[in-house]
Write a protein that binds this ligand. Structure first.
Ligand code: SAM
Length: 244
């Protein structure tokens, strides 16, 4: 089986085709723009981390001992690149399966000359489970994960108890998991699941007027899409939980 992402699906093959979990994404046939294709080809050999079912030496990957933050689902990469550019003292590992989005992020990395960002083009559940050592991360970002609106699809949501427990185990004590969503039902599910995880503590007291939701941390920029939604009166919920 090859670990080379298929341009059709964006997903590298799992060894023997076993996933062992319900996938939080669908295989999208997405065409890369010429620029996305160019930067994917140019940058991934330099900054791509191929999936392998063995622990990753994060310090060796980035060549230094800086705090490491995992971002799951970098999408088109604007937020990811913005945060990495603003925090040169922190290393970021973005995990995404959508190849055009990865191509777009590669373009940003090249143009902004970011040396603190790496990309793994694979299912984040397998990456966290198989590659990230326990107590290795300073933080985890999960911004606007696919909401899977329909009740019969809710099981595909990324933020579920077993995965949150796995993520918590990869955080160092004092590390954080930051989720954001514009879908209220998912926000409530996130709040319930994160609150139930005994290894995590809400950064916001439950008695606060925000009912356990956090103010948007300054490092997370407002996206164009989010700005438009907010102008239309739609909500956005941030959740920040700390590893005990
Ligand atoms: C709704 S988009 C949000 C993208 C971005 N975070 C933003 O705020 O614009 C969710 C992204 O998560 C990615 N994704 C979903 N499940 C994933 C998984 N298990 N591993 C890696 N990426 C995943 C999807 O491909 C998609 O690009």
């Amino acid at each position: 089986m090859s670990d080379k992402p298929s341009p059709q699906t964006g997903v590298a093959d799992d060894p023997a085709g076993r996933h062992g979990h319900i996938r939080s994404f669908v295989r999208r046939a997405g065409r890369l723009s010429p620029a996305q294709e160019k930067y994917y080809a140019e940058m991934m050999p330099k900054i791509g981390i191929p999936y392998a079912p063995q622990p990753l030496d994060l310090a060796a990957v980035f060549g230094r001992n800086a705090p490491k933050i995992l971002e799951i689902g970098t999408g088109m990469g604007e937020t990811t690149a913005h945060i990495a550019a603003a925090h040169g003292d922190i290393d970021y590992l973005g995990v995404e399966v959508h190849v055009p989005g990865i191509g777009a992020l590669c373009k940003q990395i090249a143009e902004r000359q970011l040396s603190n960002l790496r990309i793994c083009a694979h299912d984040a559940v397998a990456v966290v489970r198989d590659m990230l050592p326990e107590n290795s991360l300073a933080g985890v970002h999960v911004f606007f994960p696919d909401p899977w609106h329909k009740a019969r699809h809710n099981k595909r949501r990324l933020i579920q108890a077993p995965f949150v427990s796995l993520l918590a185990s990869r955080l160092k004590p004092g590390g954080y998991i930051h989720c954001a969503t514009d879908w209220e039902d998912y926000a409530q599910q996130m709040l319930a699941v994160l609150s139930d995880e005994s290894a995590l503590l809400n950064s916001v007291a439950a008695t606060d007027s925000a009912n356990g939701f956090a103010p948007r941390p300054a490092y997370r920029p407002l996206t164009k899409f989010e700005n438009r939604g907010l102008r239309l009166g739609h909500g956005v919920w941030d959740l920040v939980f700390i590893r005990r």
